[in-house]
Design a protein around this ligand. Structure first.
Ligand code: HEM
Length: 164
């Protein structure tokens, strides 16, 4: 499929145009305090002509044949490109976190780190995150390192998705 940049895309969002659309794939998760796991993921990046992208990630327990069996984590937010290839991202999680991320856009690679992780009183103790997104041979690869529950910043998730 040939990806076409929408004509009404805000010019500030052009450095993120390669993310637009729906991505689907599979990922793995781990952390010292939990069992390793696998998940299916669907990511949607949409725009409305304003200078940001809306982002929604949904994850699922998937069967052998890829059937979505039940929901896992969901997160949503806004990706706000800034001058000089900088980016600000705001994310919200139903598990009680609201995060502010800063990062750099380097062509088809984006690196983000948390500035603030705010959490509700009942949420787990997540204190920091680091994310990498990259387009490699047409696939969206991403990885999330997390500091939580007294553990140092280390891998929690990594996944590979293709445009659907
Ligand atoms: C792709 C999205 C994600 C998936 C599929 C996922 C999946 C999981 C699973 C299966 C567990 C172990 C079972 C459990 O305790 O519920 C877990 C634990 C955890 N996840 Fe995630 N997760 C995702 C994203 C995140 C994000 C974005 C954060 C932080 C903002 C996060 C923070 C945690 C924490 C703090 C734990 C518990 C660790 C502990 O109890 O020691 N996860 N995750």
């Amino acid at each position: 499929m040939v990806f076409e940049i929408p004509q009404d895309l805000h010019p500030d969002v052009m450095p993120l145009a390669w993310l637009l659309g729906r991505w689907e794939g599979r990922g793995h998760g781990d952390y010292p305090t939990i069992e390793k796991f696998e998940f299916g993921q669907q990511i949607d990046f949409t725009h409305n002509g304003k200078p940001y992208l809306h982002y929604v990630s949904q994850t699922f327990v998937v069967g052998e044949d890829g059937t979505k069996e039940r929901p896992l984590a969901v997160e949503t937010g806004f990706w706000r490109p800034q001058p000089d290839n900088k980016i600000e991202v705001i994310l919200a999680h139903p598990t009680g976190f609201a995060e502010i991320w800063y990062g750099d856009i380097d062509g088809a690679k984006i690196e983000l780190q948390t500035d603030v992780v705010a959490r509700t009183v009942t949420a787990k103790e997540v204190t920091a995150g680091h994310r990498l997104y990259g387009l490699v041979n047409g696939e969206l690869l991403w990885a999330y390192d997390m500091a939580a529950e007294g553990q140092s910043l280390q891998p929690h998730l990594w996944a590979t998705l293709i445009r659907s």
